[in-house]
Design a protein around this ligand. Structure first.
Ligand SMILES: NC(=O)c1ccc[n+]([C@@H]2O[C@H](COP(=O)([O-])OP(=O)(O)OC[C@H]3O[C@@H](n4cnc5c(N)ncnc54)[C@H](OP(=O)(O)O)[C@@H]3O)[C@@H](O)[C@H]2O)c1
Length: 352
């Protein structure tokens, strides 16, 4: 196996980006060469300071042109979102010859985003570089993991992938943005997550369906809410009794007239809810109905209190970091799990 050291830039150091930054500093097969930040308080700081690690000599910058001009093999691109201007940055990086791995969707290639797909492909061609979308979901729990599990089946009736997050135990800034605390009737009429959101996950659903030799006919969307039984105090405020304390989004990919792949998202503020669909332990659960039926739960190890933390955000960074060598070594273009095959992470086995 190649012992090549890959020169990497970390773009943005939010929750996902910070996990990646720590990985790149600590992994012996990686040389961190640049860090891009937007936050003025982070500009000029050593990457080690930003990660609680010893100094690295790599200083964080907000100078995009300097980052684009740098010599590097790969950029882990983890900005707030993939607004039009940020997609332009991805393309400039690709055109400069750097490979890009990003969790900031949409997942590509994606038939619902032909313009973005074409733009990124063109930039890859211009720079002789590769682009790979990474993440826990989309990116792992709803595509490569269940497709791998189908190897253990004789017959498949339906595959259900469920994301369960207790947002009380794993507070996120999205609590109010997502409509927790809203009036149930109002939220049902105006879901904060667009009914079109499934399109961002479409290539993940399609990977499973097409990997099984079928085509998606249509995707249907369902949304329901649960109510707080009593006032729920959370880090960003209070959800009053009777208001929205839980949300369930369901997207179903239909094949030959029947549901084949169903994505459930249960986001709950604790368990004092009516109804309580799922106990609040954070996890990704894959159930394959058929012969023999299968269940697989992906969760962080127990904390000291015996409960399981939600690791979706660090995993989103790590699943991008561990594929750096293979994306750098891939032929130019958008590379999906199908192109990468079995990934062999490097530099993980070492003394802590
Ligand atoms: N596929 C998946 O499973 C999955 C899961 C989770 C997240 N994600 C995606 O991963 C990305 C990073 O998520 P996160 O949780 O790390 O987000 P986050 O904690 O909010 O961090 C985003 C970072 O982006 C930078 N930033 C702030 N304002 C910006 C702006 N206007 N334009 C560009 N960048 C800006 C900041 O970097 P500095 O602090 O360095 O200045 C900020 O810390 C998001 O796009 C998210 O949607 C995907």
């Amino acid at each position: 196996m190649s012992q090549k050291i890959y020169r990497v830039i970390q773009w943005a150091t939010g929750t996902v980006g910070s996990t990646a930054l720590k990985y790149f500093i600590e992994n012996p097969m990686i040389e961190l060469v640049g860090v891009y930040v937007t936050n003025p308080e982070k500009v000029g700081k050593d990457a080690g300071d930003l990660s609680g690690l010893p100094a690295t000599g790599v200083i964080a910058t907000s100078d995009i042109e300097a980052i684009i001009a740098m010599d590097a093999d790969c950029v882990l691109f983890a900005p707030l979102n993939m607004a039009a201007t940020t997609l332009d940055h991805v393309c400039l990086l690709l055109e400069s010859g750097k490979n890009v791995i990003s969790p900031a969707g949409p997942f590509l290639p994606n038939k619902w985003f032909p313009d973005e797909t074409a733009k990124v492909e063109a930039a890859c061609r211009a720079g002789g570089s590769s682009y790979h979308g990474c993440g826990i979901h989309p990116g792992f729990a709803g595509d490569i993991l269940p497709l791998t599990l189908t190897r253990l089946m004789n017959r498949i009736d339906c595959i259900e992938i469920t994301e369960i997050i207790d947002k009380l135990r794993n507070p996120m800034i999205y609590t109010e943005i997502m409509g927790f605390g809203a009036d149930p009737v109002e939220l049902l009429a105006n879901p904060r997550r667009s009914p079109e959101t499934y399109k961002y996950f479409y290539s993940s659903m399609a990977m499973i369906v097409e990997g099984l030799g079928k085509e998606i006919e249509k995707v249907t969307v369902k949304f329901e809410v649960s109510k707080a039984r009593n006032d729920i105090v959370h880090p960003h405020g209070v959800v009053k009794a009777g208001m929205v304390g839980g949300q369930h989004y369901e997207w179903t990919a239909w094949v030959e007239g029947a549901p084949l792949v169903i994505y459930h998202f249960y986001w709950q503020l604790g368990e004092d809810l009516d109804p309580l669909w799922e106990e609040g332990e954070a996890r990704y659960r894959i159930r394959i109905k058929g012969d023999p039926p299968l269940e697989c739960n992906l969760m962080g190890d127990e904390d000291a209190d015996g409960r399981h933390p939600f690791l979706g955000l660090p995993w989103t960074g790590l699943v991008g970091c561990t594929v750096v060598p293979q994306v750098c070594d891939a032929a130019p273009g958008i590379v999906s799990h199908n192109d990468l095959g079995v990934v062999h992470p490097r530099g993980l086995v070492r003394r802590g």
